[in-house]
Write a protein that binds this ligand. Structure first.
Ligand code: UD1
Length: 423
């Protein structure tokens, strides 16, 4: 199993290109199920999760081709579907697999998708996905751990008004993808406003879908009979961007991101400024300069445009070396403080009370062996390792590889002393 070795204490300096957004690309790959024509996606990051989605779709008969090993272009063609099953082995490694459910129902009228089960950051049920699909006319039962869905005696899903009980990103996306081929109009109220939802809607629109309001909490979709071939460029990854910026801030460095989407990072940039960073942005770049120890921050995760839960762990690392005491309230996932015990191994002073973490900043952290527990937790440990005195080893970095493309090489490009050690 690969590990990372990090020698802390180097200020990061230089520029780094931002990858395409994992959480947009995964859903667009699933959208390929909606048509027999080819969908070509550019700016697809090279990540373990993307490979998992590729395997899942290939298992159903979708042709998935990457233009050579180093390429970020993926071509998908679902003209020979022979299975509508998402098996447990793949779904348990990647919950986002659930997004094949809506497209399969819309295109072939039936699907068998494993229930994801628990995961490191909480229970994460899919009841809202199922409730919405039922409103569109799907008949759903749970059998042997699988969601078994079909259309009964109907030929097509029917448009409907759906009000979700809570804001769910993949839920909104699943319903939007199901509705594009339904008969009549669908309205999703209380929809997730995340930029990845809007990006998926734009990709679907290029394929011929008729969608209005994506990016707001009310999305309306006029169903069409078929979608067609398209080519689409995936948006920049805002969470990867945010992670590199925090790495820049914690090392009191000077980091410029190229190919970023600053407009999707308002809450994050605001907090970095509050911490004392000088942040400048252009149309597709962000520059962060940090000249002093960060100030402590209070933050609370919330659905977009609020502060993203996927940046909570990285900001906790920043808080560990801040001047003062800050609080972090996690409102999206009930068990997303797994990184706290590992950060404490690096000398962090953090107390947890329910969904609140009180982080007392210390002037320094001290290197140790730590273990990645989930994707964003891994990033927080790497970030903390960049300033910990001595040699930090981060184990189980397969979590990191799910969501960050060659993170260690890109941090090394900024001057970090970091290397991957393959056991
Ligand atoms: C997506 C992102 C993930 C991010 C999260 C919140 C992908 C692949 N993943 O996850 O990185 O952290 O959004 O921004 O895009 N819930 C229910 N019932 C449902 C659906 C959700 O109770 O049917 C709850 C969840 O348990 C959670 C909350 O709603 O507490 C938000 O979850 P959701 O937005 O669905 O997260 P994901 O789409 O799984």
């Amino acid at each position: 199993m690969d590990k990372l070795r990090i020698c802390g204490g180097v200020q990061l300096k230089g520029s780094v290109p931002v990858s395409g957004a994992k959480n947009a690309a995964l859903k667009m790959m699933a959208a390929a199920l909606l048509t027999r024509d080819e969908l070509v996606l550019d700016n697809v990051p090279r990540l373990a999760d993307i490979a998992t989605m590729g395997r899942l779709l290939a298992g159903m008969g979708v042709t998935v081709e990457r233009d050579g090993d180093a390429s970020h272009t993926v071509a998908l063609r679902a003209d020979g579907l022979h299975s509508n099953e998402a098996p447990y082995d793949l779904v348990k490694t990647m919950r986002a697999s659930i997004v094949v459910l809506g497209p399969l129902l819309a295109r072939v009228g039936a699907a068998r998708v494993s229930l994801p089960g628990g995961c490191a950051i909480g229970a994460r049920p899919v009841d809202q996905h199922l409730k919405g699909l039922q409103a569109l006319g799907a008949q759903i039962r749970i059998e042997h751990g699988y969601i078994v869905a079909d259309l009964g005696s109907s030929k097509r899903l029917r448009g409907a008004r759906i009000v979700t009980d809570l804001v769910t990103v993949t839920g909104t996306e699943n319903l939007m993808m199901a509705a594009v081929l339904a008969e009549g109009e669908t309205v999703i109220e209380n929809a997730a406003r995340e930029p990845e939802v809007a990006d998926l809607a734009q990709c679907l629109s290029k394929m011929g879908a008729r969608i209005r309001g994506a990016g707001t909490d009310r999305i309306s979709i006029e169903g069409v009979e078929r979608l067609h071939a398209a080519r689409y460029r995936v948006m920049p990854d805002r969470i990867e961007s945010g992670s590199f910026l925090v790495a820049g801030a914690i090392t009191q460095g000077d980091v410029r991101l190229e190919g970023a989407a600053p407009g999707t990072l308002d809450a994050v940039l605001e907090k970095l400024r509050e911490a004392g960073a000088d942040v400048q942005t252009g149309e597709d770049w962000i520059r962060l300069r940090m000249k002093r120890r960060p100030s402590a921050l209070d933050l609370r995760t919330a659905p977009y445009p609020g502060f993203p839960t996927d940046m909570q762990a990285q900001f906790m690392a920043l808080g560990c070396v801040a001047d003062g005491t800050g609080t972090i309230v996690e409102t999206i996932f009930e068990n997303r403080f797994m990184h706290v015990l590992e950060l404490q191994r690096l000398g962090a002073d953090i107390r947890i009370d329910g969904n609140t973490a009180v982080v007392r900043g210390a002037p320094r952290l001290s290197a140790a062996r730590v273990m990645a527990t989930d994707l964003r937790a891994s990033a927080s440990l790497v970030i903390a390792g960049l300033v910990a005195e001595g040699e930090t080893w981060v184990d189980r970095i397969y979590h990191l590889d799910r969501g960050y493309e060659r993170m260690e090489q890109r941090l090394a490009q900024l001057g970090a002393q970091i290397e991957r050690v393959t056991a």
